[in-house]
Each structure stands twice: as C-alpha cells, then as structure tokens.
Design a protein around this ligand. Sequence first.
Ligand SMILES: C[S@@+](CC[C@H](N)C(=O)[O-])C[C@H]1O[C@@H](n2cnc3c(N)ncnc32)[C@H](O)[C@@H]1O
Length: 324
Amino acid sequence: MELPYELRGAIEEQLALMPAKKLSGLAARLSEDYRSGKPLVRKSYVSTYEDALAYVAFRLPATFAAAYFAMVQVKERLTDLKPKTFLDVGAGPGTAMWAATMVWPQLEHITLVEREQPMIDMGKKLAKHSVLPSIRQAEWIKANVMEKWDIAPHDVVIASYALNELPERSIEPFTLKLWESTEKLLILIEPGTPSGFSLIRRVRERLLLQGANVVAPCPHNGSCPIAQGDWCHFSQRLNRSRLHRQIKGGTLSYEDEKFSFVCLSRTPGASVKGVVIRHPQIRKGHIYLRVCTREGIEEIVVTRRDKEKFKEARKLSWGSVIHW
Ligand SMILES: C[S@@+](CC[C@H](N)C(=O)[O-])C[C@H]1O[C@@H](n2cnc3c(N)ncnc32)[C@H](O)[C@@H]1O
C-alpha cells in the first residue's frame, strides 16, 4: 500500500523542516502515548505543530491504509454508491479524504471536523499539494464534538481512530449524531485491538437498532459471532520510506497496521456469503480459511482435489469475500 504521490511529497516536504533526530523523539513519544492505551494525561495526543508533524510521519500512512481498505470493501458491496459529499469527524490532518477521493473520485464537497488547530493547519498544508479541487477546497471546521456541533448530512461520513479518544459517556451520543449526519454510508475505524474491536462491536449493535445495514466487513446484520476473548480485525501492509524507518527506529521495510472497522449504510449492500477473517493458511494440498458467515464462524478446508475451489482459494486474502 502506497500513499498517493502528492500526499507523499507533501509529507516529505513537511518532515524535511525538522531534523530527523528530533522527529524521531517526537514520534517515539506519540507512539508510546497511543500504545499505552492509558487515559490521556495531556489534554490531547496532538496539540502542537510538532505533535502534528510526528502524527503525519508516524501514524498517517497507517490510518490511510486502514481507511482505504474499508472504503474498497464498501465499493465492492455498494456498487451504486456514487457519493458527492464526504464528512470526516476527528479528521486529524485529513487522512481519510485522500483515501476517499481515490475510491470515489467524483466527490465534490469535503468537510472535516477537528478540535486541534495544529492538525487543521497541517491538514491544510498537505491539501495544497493535491491535484483535486475537492481536497484543496475542503472545508475545515474547528469544533469539539463533545460540545455542540451541527453539520448538514453528508453522503459518506467517517470517524477513523477517533472514538477511542472520547470519554466513555460520549461514545453513544456521538455515534448517534454521526448516524444522523449520514445520508448514505457511515464508516467507523478503530485500532485492531481487543478494546478497539469491542468499541466497534458496541456501536455496530447500537446502530443496528437504528435500522442501519452492515455493508462491511460482516456478511450479515445479525449479532457478531466473535467469541469472548477473540477480536475481529484486519491488516494492511504498508511500505516504510527510509525516513520512516529512521524515525521509527526499525529496520523492516514495511509495517502491518491492524484495525477493526464497520461500515453501515441506509440501504442494504450486495449479499455476501462469507468474509475471510484471518490470513489464509496455505499448506501443501490444503488451504485453511477462517470465515465469518451468516451462520457463524466457520473453519473451511479447501483441498487440492477440489480443483476450481482450490484455484479460487489461493487468490483469497484476509478480508476477501467468498461466494461459496
Ligand atoms: C488518532 S487521530 C485520527 C485522525 C484521523 N481520523 C486519521 O485517521 O488519521 C484522532 C483525532 O481526533 C481528534 N479528536 C479527539 N477528540 C476530539 C473531539 N472531542 N472533538 C474533535 N476532534 C477530536 C484528535 O484531535 C485527533 O486529530
């Protein structure tokens, strides 16, 4: 997974303004803050220009990959969806709009709601590099979503890696408000951890009561069959630039971003038999698939003897839809 060319260039231009060593220290602190999962000691993870820079260097490529993956899943199942308006709440530096315009290039109007001014400033700087008027002219709204915020409904609404930054008591009213602001599709993404998944499962159940339809990843609107102690998540591999490797203090040329998500729409998506919810295990003569189906979780073994199915199964990956 690669970032769009102009976004990559825009980020590199920003990063070049700070010595790599300093950036590396900032990225390490941000990483520790996010990883610890402890309640915020500071008012916000990102409240200065330097924090925003570290976010862009250290987190944006990964959250972009997660948003892109979720949107591609939707595109396959809601083929008639041709959104014109897009709203991102807790937008950070506007990560999701870059993914959205790749999936739905016809987007005309983008609105981004964000509390932290340095994130907004950073997002605007990056947006200037886009070839798309919808990104360059995106409307940024500085607002705290725990206070009063009113936005006209948009075709597609997203809150990506934002729910977990809100206090517990605000989660339900916030998600109901997001649903109210959704004309067609709502996308919610959280870290692929037990607590991230538990948030996603909870808001999924709540919004089903409001009449929402699950478009992805689940192949059904029923209750989630994932057992206690397990968690449903997906993974995207992204390439690290040299600077990225330097900043993160790692040698690997890639990283895997794990995330949980749910996409809910006003109208039902295409009917899907099952979704692969782990990396397929390819053995000699066998492929093992863990699949979420309308009947629950199934462990499917495809053998080489079943030639056609085996050929199809070899092409499957974590998150793929299966039709048999
Ligand atoms: C982890 S970042 C995610 C940014 C972006 N959505 C992405 O996927 O890269 C969470 C964002 O939510 C914003 N946020 C947290 N609480 C907020 C609130 N109460 N009102 C508005 N924005 C908030 C933070 O400032 C931060 O920019």
